[in-house]
Each structure stands twice: as C-alpha cells, then as structure tokens.
Design a protein around this ligand. Structure first.
Ligand SMILES: *Cc1c(COP(=O)(O)O)cnc(C)c1O
Length: 377
C-alpha cells in the first residue's frame, strides 16, 4: 500500500451537518454554522473576534487591508514560509523584508528583527512553523518600541500555545488555515482573528464587500451601504457546516496527532544520537499541536537519496519551503535583510514525513524505511 504524505481526516459528521445546512435553507455566509464556528474560535483562542474566510490567504489579505498597508511600506517576515505570507502584503504594494530563522524552531529569529526595522516598517508577520510558537514576548516588545503591528501567520497553529496563550491571540490580527493539509479542515478555509477592539468593526466591513451589512443584520443601522474598501472573504454555510464537524473533534484530533508525533520522536532519538538526523526542537514555553513531523538531514544529497528510498517503498515524503527571498517574485518584490544563511541551509535539509490520522497502523513501516534509508547514507 502506498503511504501518502497527507490524508484528510473526516470525523464522520461532516455530511450530517452539511445536510442540516441544506435543510436550513441558508447557504450564503454567516448562517448558524458560521456563527458556531466563530464562537468556538473565540472561546478556544481568546480572540476578541473570529471571522471565517475562504482561506488563510484571504485572512492575510484582510490583515493587510486592516493594517492600511500602503505602497512602499515594509513588512518584516521570514523567507522560510508559504508564499501567501508575502503575497498578501505585496498585493498592497508593500515590500516584504525577509529575516532569517532560528536554527532550533525554524521560526523567525527575533534577535534579527530589530536590525531590519526602518522608518518604512509597518508590521511584523511571525509564522508559527509546525504549530510551534515564535518568541512572541520579544516580538511584541520590538513592535511596541517601534510602533509596529504584529500579524500572526497562525496557519499551522490551531490548538497550540505560547506561554499558555493560544497562537493567534497575541498579535493585533492573525490568520488561521483550514486547508485540507492542516489539522482542522474544511478543504479550503481559514479565519481571521482580531485582538484589537478598535478594528473589529472594520474587519466585518472589509469581509462584507466594504459594506456595513453585518451591522444592518444586527439592527445597528437601518440600511446598509458601501462604507470602505472590501471584498468577499466569507465562505458559505456548507463549508462552515463541514468545519463545525471538525471543530467538535479538534481536541481528539490534536491528541491523536500528538501521539503519532511522539512515536516518531521516540524512535528517531537514537538516529539523532548517531548524528544521522536532527529532530524538531520544542521550546519549553510552547505546547505544539503536532501539525507536522520533520527531520533535518545532514545535507541536500542525503535528503534527495532518502526521498528516493522512501518513494521506492511507496512512502511519500516532501520537502519545503523553497525560500521566498531568492524566488523570482521574491527578488522582484522583496528584500533580504541579510544572507539568510539558516533559511538556505534548512530548506535543503528538511524532510516532512507522513502525519495523518490513520497512519498509526503504517507508521512502523515509515520509521523502518527512514532508518534503512539512512543506514546507507
Ligand atoms: C497553509 C499555509 C498558508 C495558506 O493557507 P491557505 O488556507 O491555503 O490560504 C499560509 N501560511 C502558512 C504558514 C501556511 O502553512
């Protein structure tokens, strides 16, 4: 049997809730399932306001609008991330300024942020890689000192915490993803979390095509009209119904993922001791969510060989990220703060192993073949 890299987990209730949404007859956005999802997100993250979006990408685009990013503004972020982190701001004419990552967590290196701040800097976008929190206390302090916004890319961060605070609840805004490769899913999907009361209302307006429709539905205004910039960022009820089935099981999903993660981690301890690989490092202040299990191999050649070995044995593994700063669009739109040596090195060495619910019965085979593949390396 082929062991895929990812297999979306279904709780079993998705179609039942979709049937309910169908029966309710409300198919556009912001119906009862969407409201349940918002309430759940607000309760679980402590965010002041949660708004479902089509994707994390859409939530990041909303953040750029809410932050009033203007052409020529600079936004500090890692190069080691998904393209949407940068694109959301480039769409507003901003320049992403790419800062290197820490060798332990592969998160933005907070000690290198301040040197990248200029008078054009408007925001810092920490990305919580693999659901492991960035050093948020240091990042928030730098932002405060220089009067910058902090927009968390918490695409991978649901159910994870930093010093007990849920990821996504620390910066002014944050973006979550429910893409099928994430822990809690709706196919495509995401959410914007707003932790700043002053902009909660504007977030609703931007999400509703620049109209005050949400206030109208609450009876706060007697007609709705075009009041601001905006677009259509809200998903329909069928997506929210699917997502609700997943949210109900989010604790159980996280628990099972952590169990799989821990099995990898225990088995690879001896390979790490032999110098064959390096395992993920989780700082004490972070409770992660087992979004991914990766290994760091000695070099690119070893990684290429191991991917080939695993593939030959029907096990799919993947690498990422291809850094943004030296990608064609990254060179055109962005700027690297320095040589980004750690980013370049890690992007050559990192390999992600399969991690999905149901892998339990095949995991021994993955571990066996990683071990065998590295014996000859
Ligand atoms: C998955 C991901 C995104 C994009 O999420 P979508 O919901 O697919 O738009 C953005 N940033 C990071 C770090 C991600 O992992």
């Amino acid at each position: 049997m082929v062991i895929p890299f990812n297999k979306p987990f279904m709780t079993g209730k998705e179609l039942w809730y979709i049937a309910q949404a169908h029966a309710n007859g409300h198919l556009a956005g912001d119906g009862s399932f969407t409201k349940q999802c918002h309430a759940w997100l607000e309760a679980r993250t402590g965010a002041q306001k949660a708004l479902l979006t089509h994707s994390c990408t859409a939530a990041l685009e909303m953040s750029a609008l809410l932050a009033d990013i203007q052409p020529g503004d600079e936004v500090i972020m890692p190069s080691y991330t998904f393209v949407s982190t940068a694109n959301a701001f480039v769409l507003r004419g901003a320049v992403p300024v790419f800062v290197d990552i820490r060798p332990d967590t592969l998160n933005i290196d907070e000690t290198k942020i301040e040197a990248a701040v200029t008078e054009r800097t408007r925001a810092i976008v920490p990305v919580h890689y693999a659901g492991v929190g960035c050093e948020m206390d240091a990042i928030m302090a730098i932002a405060k000192k220089h009067n910058l916004l902090v927009i968390e890319d918490a695409a991978q961060g649901i159910m994870a915490t930093y010093k007990g605070r849920p990821l996504g609840s620390i910066g002014q805004f944050s973006a979550l993803s429910f893409h099928e490769t994430k822990n809690v899913i709706s196919g495509e999907g995401g959410a914007l979390l707003v932790n700043d009361e002053a902009i909660m209302q504007r977030a609703e307006i931007i999400r509703e095509k620049g109209t005050n429709r949400s206030q109208f539905f609450r009876g706060q205004v007697d007609k709705y009209t075009w009041v601001d910039l905006g677009s259509s960022y809200l998903p329909g009820e069928l997506i929210a119904a699917f997502l609700w089935a997943q949210m109900e099981e989010a604790d159980a999903i996280t628990k099972r993922r952590l169990a799989i993660w821990n099995i990898y981690h225990q088995w690879f301890e001896s390979l790490e001791a032999e110098g064959k690989l390096r395992r993920p490092i989780i700082p004490k202040e972070c409770a992660h969510n087992a979004h991914m299990y990766y290994i760091l191999l000695p070099d690119l050649a070893t990684r290429t060989q191991l991917i080939g070995h695993l593939k030959k044995h029907d096990i799919h593994s993947v690498f990422h990220y291809v850094p943004l700063h030296n990608a064609p669009a990254g060179e055109r739109y962005g700027r690297a703060a320095d040589g980004l040596a750690v980013t370049l090195e890690m992007s050559d060495r990192l390999l992600r192993l399969p991690l999905w619910l149901g892998l339990e019965e095949h995991q021994a085979r993955v571990i066996q073949h990683v071990t065998l593949g590295l014996m000859h390396a």
